[in-house]
Design a protein. Structure first.
Length: 123
């Protein structure tokens, strides 16, 4: 059997099991209700912890992405220097051998230091 077929079969079995536990046939002596099987309702937005519905997670994600991109670029610069004995003249000289594409949000200055790109997401 292919993975798709196995997944469909497993899904069908789970659906059958879920539906059979929600049966309303009282003659079988089963007192299980849908509330016993289904998860509790999602709490209202007002019950969410602070920051969950705000922009804090988005800004944290951007900050982590910028930090990771900077570390990646610094590591690639070290590798370039180790391979060539000189720092790269610009970020494009790292592509495609060490980077697939230029790093968004970071550039190199004239001395080869990693700096935020003008107008970029990490500025």
């Amino acid at each position: 059997m292919t993975r798709t077929r196995v997944a469909r079969t497993a899904g069908a079995l789970l659906l059958t099991l879920a539906l059979s536990t929600c049966s309303s046939d009282s003659s079988a002596g089963d007192t299980t209700t849908a509330a016993d099987v289904l998860p509790a309702a999602v709490p209202p937005a007002s019950a969410a912890p602070a920051g969950v519905l705000g922009i804090e997670p988005i800004s944290q994600t951007r900050a982590l992405t910028c930090a990771t991109d900077r570390q990646t670029l610094e590591l690639v610069l070290e590798a370039y220097f180790a391979l060539n004995g000189t720092p790269p003249s610009d970020e494009l000289s790292l592509v495609p051998d060490l980077l697939r594409e230029p790093v968004q949000g970071w550039d190199l200055d004239a001395a080869g230091n990693v700096i935020p790109a003008a107008g970029g997401p990490c500025a």
